[in-house]
Design a protein around this ligand. Structure first.
Ligand SMILES: Cc1cc2nc3c(=O)[nH]c(=O)nc-3n(C[C@H](O)[C@H](O)[C@H](O)COP(=O)(O)O)c2cc1C
Length: 287
């Protein structure tokens, strides 16, 4: 049986994607991952201006996974438009690509989309709503339903391509925020982003930024619950399940919880061939 699925008008040849920020814009991993085997790729964050990101070290492993504080380092929308997306389109014309978009004001998200939307080569957008809102004292956009409505509605007006709203697991009632995103025009929801965390080495914090985001195995049960709760509340909304997937059975767990697609991040950083093996395992068992 084919693993292909149509989600929000996009044809995915299988349900396994690479998660945002862990595969660059494709070119960075093309030498070690057979991109055309994937169901799709979510790019690294794209902001209006170039961002150099946080002080090193930016990643630290711990027993249950990894902490990162990359600080949304990226070359900025003009560069991504001129170089990164054209590369992907030429190298992998059939690969569905979601561009991960960040902003520091509600207007910035839509501005990034406006600057990319006349280009070919990407299927849709994923809005990283875990970003701090500078007009709200740094509280993340996704923490407030009215703000989510504002961001998503602005982005909806900026494009006809599918929009996925990506949320943090550290929200009191994720399904309420997911509903606000859907009602404002999101076609799907991505769950979850990393979870805030802190690690020490002696008296020093292990990340240059101090705190960071937890990803990897520790995030699996957290992500499954977020997906399950949201799928119960919004059964018709496609969900990209993300967090802690390192086996085909973990991907199946996300499907059981209600996800339609699964994105792999940390596990693929450590083992770039892993997503391919998971796809092969799912093909052998018909999902
Ligand atoms: C190094 C690193 C960079 C990331 N960058 C982004 C990003 O730019 N935008 C985003 O929405 N999520 C980003 N994430 C979060 C991942 O896309 C994913 O939601 C999270 O890591 C959970 O999946 P995992 O446990 O499979 O890694 C990043 C994660 C890591 C580890």
């Amino acid at each position: 049986m084919s693993l292909a699925r149509d989600v929000a008008g996009i044809r995915f040849s299988n349900p396994i994607l690479l998660a945002a920020g862990t595969a660059g814009y494709g070119r960075e991993v093309a030498g070690v991952i057979a991109l055309r085997r994937l169901g799709g790729l979510v790019t690294k964050a794209v902001s209006l201006e170039r961002r150099v990101g946080n002080r090193a070290p930016r990643v630290a492993e711990f027993h249950g996974g990894m902490l990162n504080a990359v600080g949304l380092a990226n070359p900025g929308v003009a560069h991504v438009r001129a170089h990164d997306l054209p590369w992907l389109r030429t190298a992998e014309p059939a690969l569905p690509v979601l561009v991960n978009v960040v902003g520091f004001t509600t207007a910035e998200y839509a501005e990034v989309i406006t600057q990319l939307d006349d280009r070919e080569g990407h299927a849709g957008y994923e809005l990283n709503l875990s970003c701090p809102n500078t007009n709200a004292g740094g509280v993340e956009f996704g923490a407030d339903a009215a703000t989510v409505t504002d961001v998503v509605a602005r982005c909806r007006r900026a494009t006809r391509r599918p929009l996925f709203a990506k949320l943090s697991p550290a929200l009191p009632v994720i399904a309420v925020i997911a509903r606000a995103a859907r009602d404002a025009g999101a076609d799907g929801i991505t769950l979850v982003n990393t979870m805030p965390g802190l690690a020490y080495h002696g008296s020093q914090t292990r990340l240059g930024n101090g705190f960071g985001g937890v990803s990897g195995p520790a995030l699996l049960p957290v992500g499954l619950l977020a997906v399950s709760r949201t799928a119960e509340a919004l059964p018709d909304v496609p969900i990209i399940g993300t967090g802690g997937v390192s086996t085909a059975e973990h991907a199946r767990d996300y499907f059981r919880a209600g996800a339609t697609l699964v994105a792999i991040g940390t596990a693929a950083l450590a083992d770039p061939r892993l997503p391919e093996r998971i796809i092969t395992a799912l093909e052998r068992t018909d999902g």
